[in-house]
Design a protein around this ligand. Sequence first.
Ligand SMILES: Nc1nc2c(ncn2[C@@H]2O[C@H](COP(=O)(O)OP(=O)(O)OP(=O)(O)O)[C@@H](O)[C@H]2O)c(=O)[nH]1
Ligand SMILES: [Zn+2]
Length: 345
Amino acid sequence: MSDVTLAQFGWRAFFSKQVSAEEKICCRPVRVMSVHRGRVTVAGEGFEDSIVSTLPGAEGGEDRPTVGDWLLIDHDNHGLKRILDRASLFKRPAPGDDRRVQLIAANIDTLFVVTSCNRDFNVARLERYLVLAREVGVRPVVVLTKADQTPVPGRFADAARALQSDLRVESVNARDPTSAALMARYCAAGQTVALVGSSGVGKSTLINTLTGSADIATQAVREDDGKGRHTTTVREMHRLSRGGWLIDTPGIRELQMSAVTSGVAEVFDDVTDVALECQFTNCGHGEEPGCAIVAAVALGSLDPARIDRWRKLAEEDAQNSGAVETRPRSRSRRTGNRKSRLPDQ
Ligand SMILES: Nc1nc2c(ncn2[C@@H]2O[C@H](COP(=O)(O)OP(=O)(O)OP(=O)(O)O)[C@@H](O)[C@H]2O)c(=O)[nH]1
Ligand SMILES: [Zn+2]
């Protein structure tokens, strides 16, 4: 990796303009390739090292490095000086401790939401992933694999495109490099991508096609098992054959919904726009007078199934965010403690 330039690592104006003149002299920017207990492996222009990951004066929370982060480290002793502001950050509540967050990955540009042109294709699940991506500020691209195994790939693509007006959808045969070349433009030098999707949809196949190697599936990417054992050699950022980077960690594969209020609002903006017209601001969109949602459904301009999915996601979000009273709310669908994980994981 000694020949990789900063720009190829993903360095761009968003990061360089955060660096002061003084820092330019005493520090070196490096990107986090993988995270281990107490240490991170980092790489920069002509530079690779494993450094202590504790930030002097860190206040916890998001103040620690995660894979994909850009760091400034001291030129001489390689000590961690600063984590640069992130262009995007995937995180989740730490298991068993609601007040702590677990950082999953930073500075991902594109999230490939992978599903197959078969029974795996599920609009509600796609919407969940789109909500996650929007919440984090990452561009989602729906990748429909196994397009070679259906006579009607266009139908799946149309159904996916209908979810959001500006949504990018690519239909591929994940096993065929020429077909996967459709995804190349998201994988160019300096670009960082990640993949999510159910088991068996072809994520490993795609990764192998995109990295041009066959070893990803066999790589032991294992998080610390609590007994102090961890693999120190495994990279969590993989170089793509087009020059970009792929972040593949257990955390990414297990992405789940947590506090995604603005993501829900963005993915369902057609619904939330209509809800603004309801007569009462706390409208439950049931039997209240002057409900614009009910009226739009009656007119056929909103799909009742989509409204149901919106309610479900918004309710889950309200529970995950610990909100006491939120919209939307329906009498029939309100549940005590709905599981927030994606159904297939
Ligand atoms: N014909 C065809 N087969 C595919 C395609 N994508 C994946 N497959 C096959 O589907 C099976 C599952 O693919 P994987 O890449 O292992 O799926 P995965 O998403 O990584 O699954 P997990 O590792 O369980 O998360 C393999 O036998 C692949 O060869 C495709 O686009 N077309
Ligand atoms: Zn209403």
